[in-house]
Design a protein around this ligand. Structure first.
Ligand SMILES: [Fe+2]
Length: 249
């Protein structure tokens, strides 16, 4: 058997009637969920930050209601640079690790908060890392997938100033701590699908559910690609297969 994890990212939900870079982000989130769920039923959903462009509790409640209208799978949300953590908590967004059981194997989905309210670039504190280390302790589970908002690999020049720059150092230490059971990293923020490696781990960035940014751009540029998402298939031997999709598919 395998586990299917749906990653949605950078939904940038606005107030009703408003748009983000010309997109009706509520409508495109609904369309992304509908398209993804026609492919698979997810065992879990990861929402990797920038859930709201208008970071108010009402926006997060609407996000939760939108997801719940289409899927009942466990949900792991984490904040991005456009989010306010307090508002996410006020809306009761689920932000705890998820253990997914597949016959005799448990995959743990964990999040690292790389955001600080009102700061575009990544901020990973000692407390954030201590929390992550704690999440990756114990013998109950066999493999883990880590989700963050900001990338740990270079993507586009104008976005590289926002990345988590020192990840390879603490990831190596974390891998020793958890006996190399961490098997991959997913993130959002860059509004495009890329595959990289950090500290010997596969690292995937994921398209936005609304507007994409142009790859390899020197400066901010919007791409014409449609809203997107990512599927991750978690195998019982610790392997991860993954693919990104766009509504035009
Ligand atoms: Fe974003």
């Amino acid at each position: 058997m395998t586990l299917q994890v749906l990653q949605i990212s950078d939904c940038h939900l606005t107030d009703p009637g408003e748009t983000f870079l010309g997109a009706d982000t509520q409508q495109s989130l609904q369309a992304v969920l509908a398209a993804a769920l026609r492919q698979h039923q997810p065992d879990a959903i990861i929402a990797s930050g920038d859930i709201a462009q208008k970071p108010a509790p009402a926006t997060y409640r609407r996000f939760l209601a939108t997801v719940r209208k289409q899927a009942t799978a466990p949900l792991l949300c984490l904040p991005g640079n456009h989010d306010f953590l307090g508002a996410m908590q006020a809306a009761d967004l689920p932000m705890q690790s998820i253990d997914l059981v597949d016959t005799e194997v448990i995959w743990r989905l964990v999040a690292l908060d790389s955001h600080e309210d009102n700061k575009p670039s990544a901020v990973v504190t000692t407390a954030d890392l201590a929390g992550l280390r704690e999440s990756l302790t114990g013998a109950r589970w066999q493999y883990a997938l880590l989700a963050t908002h900001h990338p740990m690999v270079a993507t586009s020049r104008w976005q590289d100033r926002d990345m988590i720059t020192d990840a390879q150092w603490w990831l190596n230490d974390l891998q020793v701590h958890c006996q190399h059971r961490l098997r991959g990293i997913v993130c959002g923020h860059v509004h495009q699908a890329l595959t990289g490696r950090v500290a010997d781990l596969p690292h995937w960035t994921t398209p936005s559910t609304c507007v994409q940014f142009r790859s390899n751009s020197e400066k901010f540029a919007v791409d014409s690609k449609a809203p997107g998402y990512r599927w991750l298939t978690l195998h019982t031997d610790g392997e991860i297969e993954t693919s990104s999709h766009y509504l035009s598919d």
